[in-house]
Write a protein that binds this ligand. Structure first.
Ligand SMILES: Cc1cc2nc3c(=O)[nH]c(=O)nc-3n(C[C@H](O)[C@H](O)[C@H](O)COP(=O)(O)OP(=O)(O)OC[C@H]3O[C@@H](n4cnc5c(N)ncnc54)[C@H](O)[C@@H]3O)c2cc1C
Ligand code: FES
Length: 284
């Protein structure tokens, strides 16, 4: 996929709503680790330029403090250009996300974005978008579903998680996509098993699917293999996550191997995070 690098916007934004959407997931302790939050931010310049699949790089310390030093990448969960707002949906796993979870309406946040390459959303006549989310991987797919729906594109969605509590934003996804097929490892909601099993059923019934997937790497590897099946090769896009430092292609900390022969690497922060499924070697 060609890299389009536009100057990212650095915006000091205000929290307008949040954290809300607090959902208790499996094994969540009193220290807040593992909880999911949604934060709505007044960020007109970023909202105006943003595409689904891009991300923002957020400073996770109070104004004037620099610990932790590195920004944290978060996908654009929703983009509301008319109100100049964006939303992020995140899971608290450490200090950065813990800091964001403690913000209140009116607080100031420093972010850079929109960064990276988003999802291509032009479908040919007869193609249907098939969105597949694993856990917090639903975050960028809601913005994508909303854009596809606004364009009148046919779309279906599937979301999976370990348990029913981990099925996030299914309502928002459903508003744009219509029905959302769900799967949980423990069978507490929807199909008992992996969301890729639900995807297999969809691929059998949708004539010309274009798959958009975001989730844990084992799930993405399975999706990649399904798209590459001999004689049934299909178009699809994967949104990847790596540890990031600079977020703008300068530190080489987010490299991922290109699928073409040789030793070339992409940088997930500016060549991705969205890649055509056949472009990258996952876990390589
Ligand atoms: C492009 C991109 C988009 C992302 N979008 C979202 C999103 O929408 N919502 C969301 O909840 N998270 C998202 N993430 C992951 C998020 O950036 C990390 O969870 C966050 O940076 C952790 O910061 P922390 O300070 O809270 O935790 P840290 O203290 O930095 O880390 C805590 C633990 O989480 C692990 N960890 C941290 N970052 C990652 C990562 N990228 N991949 C795997 N393990 C990690 C660490 O190894 C450690 O075990 C995204 C990551 C990328 C690269
Ligand atoms: S995070 Fe620095 S190059 Fe990607």
């Amino acid at each position: 996929m060609p890299s389009v690098v536009r100057a990212p916007i650095r915006e000091s934004v205000r929290v307008v709503g949040g954290p809300d959407g607090r959902i208790a997931g499996p094994g969540m302790a009193g220290d807040g680790l593992g909880l999911f939050h949604r934060l709505r931010l007044q960020a007109p310049a970023v909202a105006d330029a943003a595409r689904p699949g891009q991300f923002v790089h957020v400073r996770c310390a109070p104004p004037g403090q620099w610990d932790p030093l590195l920004r944290r990448p978060l996908s654009l969960h929703r983009i509301d250009r008319s109100r100049g707002e964006i939303e992020v949906l995140f899971r608290v796993v450490g200090r950065g996300t813990g800091f964001l979870a403690g913000l209140a309406a009116g607080d100031e946040v420093d972010l850079i974005g929109p960064l990276g390459q988003g999802f291509p959303t032009d479908l040919a006549p007869g193609e249907t978008a098939v969105l597949v989310a694993g856990g917090i991987g639903v975050a960028p797919l809601v913005a994508l579903a909303e854009e596809l729906a606004a364009k009148g594109a046919p779309l279906v969605a599937a979301a999976g998680a370990q348990t029913a509590e981990g099925l996030l934003a299914v309502e928002s996804l459903g508003k744009a996509a219509g029905e959302v097929l769900t799967a949980t490892d423990d069978g507490s909601a929807g199909h008992r098993g992996f969301v890729t099993e639900v995807l297999a059923g969809l691929l059998d019934h949708v004539a010309r699917p274009v798959v958009y997937a975001c989730g844990p790497e084992p799930m993405l590897r399975r999706v990649q293999a399904m798209l590459a099946e001999e004689g049934r090769r299909r178009r699809g896009y994967l949104s990847l996550e790596t540890r990031m430092a600079c977020g703008v292609g300068a530190c080489l900390g987010c490299a991922i191997r290109q699928a073409k022969p040789g030793t070339a690497y992409y940088h997930v922060c500016h060549d991705g995070p969205v890649f055509a499924a056949e472009e990258v070697v996952l876990g390589g």
